[in-house]
Design a binder for this molecule. Structure first.
Ligand SMILES: Nc1ncnc2c1ncn2[C@@H]1O[C@H](COP(=O)(O)OP(=O)(O)OP(=O)(O)O)[C@@H](O)[C@H]1O
Ligand SMILES: [Mg+2]
Length: 512
């Protein structure tokens, strides 16, 4: 009997005659956690889709040994029955069904008459939530009542409910708060101690370092190396991922900060479903030309709601004034915001950033289509030129601009969304978690771009939950805690501790 639970040997997967991964090996022992690392588009998700039979047996080359026997699964139902459970990079829940219904989707509990037993499902789901330390969740409410982080944890609950022998987590924490991430890592450790194995994919390498026993690194579809985590550190992983050493993660460039271009005064925003609840509470700030203003805070502090209000798409109640060049402006909707020079890269790429089945290229030019119109027709040539320019500038990895954006790797989709919002030449650019799901190398490129834009005088509001990123990039840092502005610090000798203290509502120093 082999010491391995899983052995993937020589896996090759092609899309339209292009090899996404080639001859990759991956081995996992029972109870072992393997970190799978690699740049955007390296082939991590593809390898896991081969394993879970999202790509069925016969659509790829190589072999998979599961518990010593060859696995030839044709669907995810078969792999789940074998004990392989995958949590995909993009959430896969049915928003209008309840939490319990989602957890038991396809596996509904029935009573003696064959009808769905909702009471039983709710009771079991509640038990599960308690076990997973999420007692606040009402399992009878639709999943959409919960934010991205909670939804992710519910998805994980659903997976754990399936008694996985091997749990695959593809970028599980990109929408989680620090505490939620800790909860998740603790849970995985607990399940590991009962013998569950896992494959953990993340661009957050400190998480990989915390959870993985072994790390496998792939680059451009090729296996680069597999080593015990104890012999590695995050710098070493980066070097293997990128193929060269990266000494400086933040390409800071001096740039001039000019006059105030944008001002928000007394902005308040109320919850859409519960109009008594204020999500943003009387926030005011100024933003100067060429200034990079970081907005730090815990996930759920109200930063995204603030950004939505400024960009003209908060569906609930809101108030406050917005000024551009000293004149009050009214932003009716996002299209209107773009016309007035305010652009936004949204946090939730899948819901607000892309039209999944439309080609990458048209996703990029969508915001400025009128520009290529002549006599009611689109001038395809000039549109294509603009698309190609953006694909080059953002280094978007795609075989053709005509492929659906959903076929790109997560990080490359993100780069396309950023490209889309640069085309209108914004004066004010709001970026909500701009590097979510983006690898270290591509992060570096996005930072370089942010500095380049700042040099050109664009005023940038960068919301980010990654403190090193805020401190590495911003000129000034606003901190929001429970909807209120609790800090406004020039980023000179600013420490993580100071920002964190303000983020949890206990500022060390008074807000400026
Ligand atoms: N359905 C598809 N059709 C065509 N090409 C695809 C498809 N799915 C993936 N690819 C290509 O395969 C390569 C590997 O993609 P994959 O999604 O596995 O990357 P990844 O390592 O998960 O990246 P990320 O960190 O950005 O999520 C990419 O070049 C991608 O464009
Ligand atoms: Mg991926």
């Amino acid at each position: 009997m082999s010491e391995y639970l899983l052995e993937m040997r020589g896996i090759t997967k092609e899309f339209n005659q292009v090899k996404a991964i080639e001859n990759i090996d991956l081995k996992v022992r029972p109870g072992e956690c393997v970190g799978l690392c690699g740049e955007n588009g390296a082939g991590k998700s593809t390898l896991m889709k081969v394993l879970s039979a999202v790509y069925p047996y016969g659509t790829w080359e190589g072999s998979i040994l599961w518990e010593g026997k060859e696995l030839k699964a044709h669907s995810i139902v078969e792999t789940e029955a074998a004990g392989i459970v995958i949590i995909h990079q993009e959430l896969m829940m049915v928003p209008h069904l309840s939490v319990a219904e989602n957890i038991f989707l396809g596996d509904e509990l029935t009573n003696g008459f064959g009808f769905i037993d909702y009471d039983l499902m709710n009771a079991k789901a509640t038990q599960l939530m308690n076990r997973l330390k999420m007692p606040d969740i009402n399992v009878a409410l639709p999943v959409l009542s919960y934010g991205g982080g909670k939804q992710q944890l519910i998805e994980i609950a659903k997976a754990l409910n399936k008694n996985a022998k091997l749990l695959i987590l593809d970028e599980p924490t990109s929408a989680l708060t620090g505490t939620e991430t800790e909860t998740l890592l603790d849970l995985i450790k607990e399940f590991k101690s009962h013998g569950m194995a896992c494959v953990y994919i993340s661009h957050k390498l400190d998480e990989v370092a915390a959870i993985a026993d072994t790390v496998t690194i792939i680059r451009d579809g090729h296996h680069i190396g597999t080593q015990p985590m104890a012999e590695l550190d995050t710098n070493r992983i980066i070097t293997m991922m990128v193929g060269r050493e990266m000494k400086n993660l933040f390409p800071r460039e001096e740039h001039e900060v000019g006059e105030v271009v944008f001002e928000a005064k007394n902005i308040s925003v109320w919850d859409t479903t519960n109009p008594d609840r204020k999500l943003v509470d009387d926030v005011s700030f100024q933003l100067r030309a060429g200034e990079i203003l970081g907005v730090a805070g815990l996930v759920g502090a109200g930063r995204t709601e603030l950004a939505c209000k400024l960009f003209g798409y908060w569906p609930g109640d809101h108030e406050g004034k917005i000024f551009l060049d000293g004149k009050e402006i009214h932003v009716k909707n996002p299209a209107d915001a773009v016309r007035q020079g305010i652009c936004m890269v949204p946090e939730d790429r899948k819901r607000h950033g892309i039209i999944p089945l439309m080609p990458v290229g048209y996703n990029i030019t969508m915001s400025v289509l009128g520009r290529y119109a002549h006599n009611q027709l689109i001038d395809a040539e000039s549109e294509l030129a603009a698309i190609q320019h953006e694909i080059l500038r953002m280094k978007i990895k795609t075989a053709s601009p005509l492929l659906p954006i959903a076929s790109l790797s997560g990080g490359n989709q993100q780069k396309a969304v950023v490209g889309k919002m640069l085309l209108p030449d914004p004066r004010v650019l709001i970026m909500d978690e701009p590097t979510r799901g983006v690898d270290v190398g591509a992060k570096y490129e996005i930072y370089k771009l942010i500095f380049e834009l700042a040099k050109q005088g664009v005023a940038i509001l960068m919301i980010s939950s990654e403190l090193p990123e805020v401190l590495g990039v911003a000129d000034r840092v606003l901190v929001i805690s429970e909807g209120k502005l609790t800090g406004d610090f020039p980023n000179v000798g600013l420490s993580q501790e100071t920002v964190l203290a303000a983020a949890i509502g206990k500022p060390e120093t008074a807000a400026a």
